[in-house]
Design a protein around this ligand. Structure first.
Ligand SMILES: Nc1ncnc2c1ncn2[C@@H]1O[C@H](COP(=O)(O)OP(=O)(O)OP(=O)(O)O)[C@@H](O)[C@H]1O
Ligand SMILES: [Mg+2]
Length: 160
């Protein structure tokens, strides 16, 4: 199973998906989040953190200005926001590849900035705004093998 579209009628639905992703994450996983400003990339990352058992007092916030935040959960969570970066060289100089190829879960907002540095294995999530303020669609795609077997697990868990 290579792709899965999920309707998210409310923030709580985004919460269920995010928590599940955190619960099933494995060391070295990479999740890339695309979608326009305000689509919910940081919001879903907060729930991924909860699913990874990041303590609630380590509140997951937008790393737009700091570019990366690291949290300690069941696995380390590396949350990157590459919006303000423009070149692959910048990303390399910041040492971000060490995190991406490390043993935690890396979640990346604005991943297009990675260009050719994008790792081959990852879960791609496109968040699209829906009909009203609280509605989103998440389009999940397993790129490479690491997430292939987990997409059916996600579908089964969320929809039975
Ligand atoms: N179903 C939903 N899923 C996700 N977020 C939602 C949903 N409904 C409402 N929201 C709200 O939409 C906002 C999304 O903002 P967020 O900062 O997560 O966007 P973003 O994609 O990270 O934007 P940016 O590109 O600026 O970083 C939050 O205030 C969140 O509460
Ligand atoms: Mg954000």
């Amino acid at each position: 199973m290579e792709s899965l579209d999920i309707e998210l009628p409310s923030l709580a639905d985004t919460g269920k998906l995010g928590k599940l992703l955190g619960e099933i994450a494995e060391p070295g996983d990479v999740i890339i989040l695309s979608g326009p400003l305000g689509a919910g990339k940081t919001a879903i990352t907060q729930f991924i953190g909860a699913g990874l058992e990041v303590p609630a007092d380590c509140y997951v916030t937008s790393p737009t200005f700091s570019l990366m935040h690291e949290y300690r959960g069941r696995l380390p969570l590396y949350h990157m926001d590459l919006y303000r970066l423009t070149t692959e060289e910048e990303i390399e100089e910041l040492g971000f590849l060490d995190y991406i190829y490390g043993d935690g879960l890396t979640v990346i907002e604005w991943p297009a900035r990675l260009g050719s540095l994008l790792p081959e294995e990852h879960l791609e999530i496109k968040l699209e705004p829906g009909r009203d303020e609280n509605t989103r669609t998440a389009r999940l795609a397993a790129i490479g093998n690491q997430w292939l077997d987990r997409l059916p697990v996600i579908r089964q868990t969320l929809f039975g």
